[in-house]
Design a protein around this ligand. Structure first.
Ligand code: IMP
Length: 192
């Protein structure tokens, strides 16, 4: 089955390809020749739907899109839906991590979670899937793999950050991994 994943992010594309396996041909936005899609909603669900809807409307393809936020308890849930541009428009992953570490300096409660919402538009119908992983924000960065806030996120029950663990281990427990596993189970059910 061929399906579009509405992202320009190669890391995320590879993660999702690894989870969905060889039964699915995943095309991302550069492969489709699609420009950046605006994300103007103020919820993860709204942004995920906006991206999937854009591809369905403009390309008439079955499509899914995801949106992720890191919610930090001591920061009242920030950066949340604004995780990508926490340190400002056009900022790098490293800018965001450094801003987070600055805001968390001296914080005793370091609990946080990643949440992902996936919106799927399949044959004109819309479905949503959600994944979540809980953990803590470390006071310093550890590891070089992954992307985004991975070097400071230590998932509960593990002694490696997302940037230290293998991609397979991260995928098996991560917010996006869990949401995509639900998507995969749903697609498999549809194909029966
Ligand atoms: P997006 O909605 O997947 O683009 O995620 C928004 C932002 O959250 C990204 O720009 C990253 O900073 C962060 N993020 C998303 N997924 C991950 C992850 O798996 N690890 C670390 N940071 C992530």
């Amino acid at each position: 089955m061929e399906i579009v994943f509405a992202t320009h992010n190669q890391h995320k594309t590879e993660e999702v390809r690894a989870i969905l396996g060889a039964d699915y041909r995943i095309l991302n936005l550069p492969e489709l020749g699609c420009p950046d899609i605006p994300e103007t909603a103020d919820t993860l669900k709204g942004n995920a739907l906006q991206k999937a809807q854009y591809v369905a409307d403009h390309y008439g393809r079955n499509c899914f899109a995801d949106d992720t936020g890191l919610e930090v308890l001591a920061l009242d849930g920030r950066p949340g839906v604004y995780s990508a541009r926490y340190a400002g428009e056009g900022c790098s992953y490293q800018d965001n991590v450094l801003k987070l570490l600055g805001e968390m300096q001296g914080a005793a409660d370091r609990r946080a979670c990643f949440k992902t919402v996936v919106a799927l538009i399949l044959n004109g119908k819309t479905y949503f899937f959600e994944g979540r992983v809980d953990g803590i924000i470390l006071p310093e960065q550890r590891g070089t793999d992954g992307f985004g806030y991975d070097p400071v996120f230590l998932p509960d029950g593990y002694d490696q950050t997302f940037a230290e663990m293998s991609p397979a281990t991260k995928n098996s427990i991560s917010h996006r991994g869990r949401a995509i596993q639900q998507l995969a189970a749903f697609l498999m059910d549809c194909g029966k």
